[in-house]
Write a protein that binds this ligand. Structure first.
Ligand code: ASP
Length: 301
C-alpha cells in the first residue's frame, strides 16, 4: 500500500505547503487500511482541495474575469475514469469527477453541464474563493473588475509571455491499495489569468491523469504543453518496461526538449514510486507501508 501526492510545481518562490501535503498522505494511508486506491486518492485530493494555499477547490485561482473555474479527473487501473472541467461553485471537484466516472457513460463534463450534474447529484453550492487568494492575486482580481473587452485586450497583449513566477499549485494523488490496484487523480483551478473557458491538462485523461494496469500518474505544470505531449499516458505506459522513476525521468526529458514546465508523480504496480520536475520545483509527499510517517518535499522550514 502506498500513496504519493503533489501540491503543484513552483517556478519561483516555493510556498510552505508541507502541512497539507503531510495531512493528505496521512489521510490517504488511513483510507488504504480499510478501503481501496480510488477512495484513498479521492480523500487525499479532498484534503488538498480544502487548503487555501493550493490552487484547487478552496483557494483556486480566478480566471481573467475574476471567476473560479475548477477542473479535476480521476482514473482507475481498469481504465474507468471521469472528469469535470470549468465547473463552478463546488467544494470538491474530484468527487464530482468520480461521480462522472461511476454514474454516467461519459468521461468529461464541462461548464454548465458539469454544474447542473453536480447540483442534481446533491453536491452543495460552495464558494471556493479564499481570502488568501484575494490577497495574493489582488492585482489580477482588481483588473478583473474592469470592462470585459479591455481585460481581453490586456490578455491578448500578454498572451505569449511564459509563466515564470507562479506557484502553479495544482494538486494530485496516486495510490496503490492492498489488493494491488492503482488509482490517480488531479484537481486544479488552472493557471492565473486564464481565459474563461480555458481547459488545461488536469481534467483530461492521458494528459493530467492516467492509470492502467502498470501504473498511475498525476501531472502539474503548463497544461498546454502537457496536453500537447500527452504526458501522463506516456509516463504510465513506459512503466510497463521500466521503473516508475525511469519513466518519470524520461517524461521530464521529453518536457525539457519542448520547454514545458511541469512535474509528475507516479506509482508502478510493483510498488515503486517516481517523481520529477522540469523547469521548477515540485512540491510532493509520499507515505508507503513500512514508513513511520510521510515524507514531504520541501521539508517543513
Ligand atoms: N496543469 C494545470 C493547468 O494547466 C496548472 C498546474 O498544474 O498548476 O491548468
Amino acid at each position: 500500500m502506498l500513496i504519493i501526492v503533489h501540491g503543484g510545481i513552483c517556478v519561483e518562490e516555493i510556498p510552505d505547503v508541507f502541512e497539507p501535503l503531510y495531512r493528505a498522505c496521512l489521510t490517504g494511508m488511513n483510507v488504504l487500511q480499510e478501503k481501496n486506491a480510488v477512495d484513498a486518492v479521492e480523500e487525499a485530493v479532498k484534503v488538498l482541495e480544502d487548503d487555501p494555499r493550493l490552487n484547487a477547490g478552496t483557494g483556486a485561482f480566478p480566471n481573467l474575469l475574476g471567476e473560479v473555474e475548477l477542473s479535476a479527473s480521476i482514473m482507475k487501473d481498469d481504465l474507468s475514469c471521469g472528469g469535470v472541467a470549468a465547473i463552478k461553485n463546488v467544494r470538491h471537484p474530484i468527487s464530482v469527477a468520480r461521480a462522472v466516472m461511476e454514474r454516467t457513460r461519459h468521461i468529461l463534463l464541462v461548464g454548465e453541464g458539469a454544474n447542473l450534474f453536480a447540483r442534481l447529484l446533491g453536491f452543495e453550492e460552495y464558494n471556493p474563493v479564499a481570502e488568501l487568494t484575494v490577497r495574493t492575486l489582488k492585482k489580477s482580481i482588481e483588473r478583473a473588475s474592469q470592462e470585459r473587452d479591455s481585460i481581453y485586450h490586456y490578455y491578448l497583449k500578454r498572451a505569449r509571455e511564459r509563466l515564470r513566477r507562479l506557484h502553479l499549485g495544482t494538486v494530485g494523488a496516486v495510490a496503490l491499495d492492498a489488493s494491488g490496484h492503482i488509482a490517480a487523480g488531479t484537481s486544479t483551478g488552472g493557471i492565473e489569468m486564464q481565459l474563461p473557458g480555458r481547459v488545461g491538462d488536469s481534467p483530461i485523461i492521458g494528459c493530467g491523469t492516467f492509470a492502467w494496469e502498470w501504473g498511475g500518474v498525476s501531472m502539474t505544470g503548463e497544461g498546454e504543453g502537457i496536453v500537447t505531449l500527452g504526458l501522463a499516458r506516456k509516463i504510465a505506459e513506459w512503466m510497463e518496461k521500466m521503473s516508475a522513476q525511469e519513466a518519470v525521468n524520461q517524461g521530464m526529458e521529453l518536457a525539457r526538449r519542448f520547454g514545458v514546465v511541469c512535474g509528475a508523480i507516479a506509482v508502478r504496480k510493483t510498488g515503486e514510486i517516481g517523481f520529477g520536475e522540469c523547469g521548477g520545483r515540485l512540491t510532493f509527499g509520499y507515505f508507503t507501508e513500512g514508513m513511520e510517517s510521510p515524507r514531504v518535499f520541501p521539508p517543513s522550514s
